[in-house]
Ligand binder design. Structure first.
Ligand SMILES: [Zn+2]
Length: 317
């Protein structure tokens, strides 16, 4: 049972391609005293819904197609996050309750016409992974009032956290959509589903240390720790391997010195290959996904044909 919710708020926004654009709503965030205007919402041209064929794209065979520098993935993905936009939704009192969840675990989407077929395949393949491994469903929007608009904003990769009501954008620029790192798209859509970054958990100090001295002041808010009144861990463990975890060198001034250090073992932080086992468990728990099995309690043969006596349906959380 989910008592509290991980809240709808803007989280990932950033610099992409060298130019700074932020475009977040105004707030009194101390980290971002000068706040750029919110991006216009009226420049969206919808493309065709993703097809079942695209859902089943084998993107693993397309490694290297995107011509992206692997080492620069982080810079493209999360050059900076506007933690201060927590202000946006705390004002809506959406911290607790089910406001930020997507009813029936269904997220209606429209996708911009501005994607190549290879990029559509990556996005569709990620949605298909959600479908196969969780009960979340991305469905083409028809008349739903609440839905996401997947688009290239020119601002990198970002999403709101959870459902905020009405049309809400998910920004997936060219640098966010690599067939060899579908975890970036997975990451943004986990924000959309309602998840914050793993290192912001209330219990994170038991698992990681954060060296803020190696982070420019304006980015330090990205390492804030959230309180138990703001978010829930769902009773599931801290996950160094989460697709929602920052890498060790996130926002480092001196890249030879880690910003995030694991306190237990020496795990790799910040993988973007795909869901971790715990990521899936958390999604399934937040959305109360169940795995159901049919079975029958016996059968007889009549004239050589099996007759099912009774069919049972069992569902496990
Ligand atoms: Zn993020």
């Amino acid at each position: 049972m989910v008592h509290k919710l991980l809240i709808p708020v803007v989280i990932c926004v950033g610099v992409f391609g060298g130019g700074f654009v932020a475009g977040m709503p105004a707030s009194t965030n101390e980290y971002f005293p000068i706040r750029p205007p919110r991006p216009p919402l009226d420049n969206f041209v919808a493309g065709d819904p993703l097809t079942e064929e695209e859902f089943h794209s084998d993107i693993s065979s397309k490694s290297g197609e995107m011509e992206l520098d692997h080492s620069s993935l982080w810079d493209n993905q999360h050059p900076e996050l506007h933690e201060g936009d927590v202000m946006l939704t705390s004002a809506k009192n959406a911290i607790l309750g089910t406001v930020g969840l997507w009813p029936n675990a269904t997220i209606p989407y429209v996708i911009s016409s501005n994607y190549t077929s290879a990029q559509r395949q990556v996005i569709a393949s990620v949605m298909n992974t959600y479908r196969n491994k969780t009960c979340l469903r991305f469905v083409p929007r028809t008349t739903q009032a609440n839905y996401i608009r997947i688009k290239k904003s020119g601002q990198g990769c970002w999403s709101y956290v959870g459902r905020i009501g009405g049309a809400q954008d998910v920004s997936l620029d060219d640098g966010c959509i690599a067939s060899w790192a579908p975890g970036v798209v997975i990451h943004e859509l986990m924000h959309t589903a309602g998840f914050w970054h793993e290192h912001m958990r209330p219990d994170r100090d038991k698992y990681v240390s954060i060296n803020l001295n190696n982070v420019r002041q304006q980015y330090r808010g990205n390492f804030n720790k959230m309180s138990t009144t703001q978010v829930t861990t769902l009773g599931l463990g801290y996950d160094y391997g989460s697709v929602m975890h920052y890498p060790a060198g996130a926002f480092a001034i001196d890249r030879s010195i880690p910003v995030i250090k694991a306190l237990i073992g020496s795990p790799t932080l910040g993988q973007r290959k795909g869901f971790s086992t715990l990521d899936l468990q958390k999604l399934r728990k937040l959305y109360n996904c169940k795995t159901c099995y049919f079975f029958y309690d016996g059968h007889d043969a009549f004239m050589g044909i099996d007759i099912w006596h009774s069919i049972h349906l069992f569902c496990l959380a």
